[in-house]
Design a protein around this ligand. Structure first.
Ligand SMILES: Cc1cc2nc3c(=O)[nH]c(=O)nc-3n(C[C@H](O)[C@H](O)[C@H](O)COP(=O)(O)O)c2cc1C
Length: 318
């Protein structure tokens, strides 16, 4: 964890961020993650309003004050969200320690967050994104790679981490396809300082996802994940059984839809009575094959830590 400041690294029991997930990450999941020694992230959009965001952060801070050396919590600001300015004001007022910027340039966030001492991480999917984000002065990068849950990347994680690490000394977080401590260790071997685990925590007891979603994750495997632009206008990984349950054919989706068109059809405020993305059409990454049961977040973290600390093989003599 060399690239991470000591004030953060010293509070982690393993180099893990429980990834921010729309409609999934809430106060309970974040506090459970932080209490178990992993960074707990959540989208600032999840609370629903700036006043609710303020309340969520106060609750998370109270839980942190009562915990023994908890890991940091980390709001995720979606740059293209029309409520960005309100969200930024609240996280600045709470003087959070770190923020992840996604969907858009982190440029407007860097100065106000640095002014209160927060680290800024930017979510990037290409080398060009990474170069531009670094030029804005961000402290760290989240490398979104192929197979990630939600709106996914497409880069191979080996090649992407190597290419970014060869030009960037700051903290790198590898995201996509990591579902156990062995993969977490591999991410660090590649040159990352931390890794995201998202999909695995949707099935935690504390997540906001409903029971049907959690059970579908337990029953699904890698082969059930469909890469499609149909629901967001951008490449996203979705669960085929949920697409079928919504009366659609995963083999015959409209891949030509624009982001605005997809919002009209499947967004939370869509006019039609049809299925909604994220709440009826469920997202999961390739790491879904690692979801075996619904269990407390602390147990997922503890098992991941045990795997992380017990490499499967020592260097083979060859
Ligand atoms: C249901 C769902 C919602 C997501 N929402 C967000 C989000 O609001 N902001 C964000 O930066 N990433 C979001 N992501 C992406 C995750 O933060 C992370 O990149 C991804 O889950 C990592 O891949 P994994 O699921 O294989 O661990 C979401 C992912 C999922 C599965």
């Amino acid at each position: 964890m060399s690239g991470l400041p000591e004030r953060i690294a010293s509070r982690l029991r393993l180099p893990l961020i429980v990834a921010p997930m729309l409609n999934v990450s809430g106060v309970e999941l974040v506090t459970a993650a932080c209490g178990a020694g992993a960074i707990g992230a959540f989208p600032a959009a999840n609370p629903g309003s700036a006043a609710e965001l303020d309340r969520w952060l106060s609750e998370i801070e109270q839980a942190a004050a009562a915990a023994d050396n908890p890991a940091p919590h980390c709001p995720n600001l979606i740059v293209r969200d029309p409520r960005l300015a309100e969200h930024l004001e609240v996280v600045v007022a709470h003087r959070v320690e770190m923020v992840i910027a996604s969907v858009g340039s982190p440029a407007p966030l860097v100065e106000p967050l640095h002014d209160v001492g927060a680290l800024v991480f930017a979510d990037v999917a290409t080398l060009e994104h990474a170069r531009k984000a670094v030029a804005t002065g961000v402290d760290g990068l989240v490398l979104l790679t192929a197979g990630a849950g939600g709106q996914t990347g497409w880069m191979n994680p080996f090649a992407f981490t190597r290419a970014v690490r060869s030009t960037f000394d700051g903290p790198i977080v590898l995201a996509g396809g990591i579902s156990d401590g062995h993969a977490l260790r591999a991410a660090l071997d590649l040159g990352a300082d931390l890794a995201y685990m998202g999909t695995r925590f949707i099935a935690s007891q504390e997540s906001l996802a409903d029971r049907v979603y959690k059970e579908m994750l337990v029953e699904s495997s890698l082969d059930d994940v469909v890469l499609t632009e149909a629901f967001t206008g951008l490449p996203a990984n979705m669960l085929a059984p949920s697409i079928r349950a919504a009366g659609l054919d995963p083999e015959a989706l409209d891949e030509s839809v624009t982001p605005a068109g997809a919002a009209e059809l499947y967004g939370a405020r869509a006019a039609s009575a049809g299925p909604r993305r994220w709440t009826d059409i469920f997202s999961a990454g390739h790491s879904v094959s690692g979801v075996e049961r619904i269990e407390p977040a602390a147990e997922i973290i503890e098992r991941t830590r045990a795997e992380y600390l017990s490499p499967r093989s020592s260097s083979p003599a060859c």
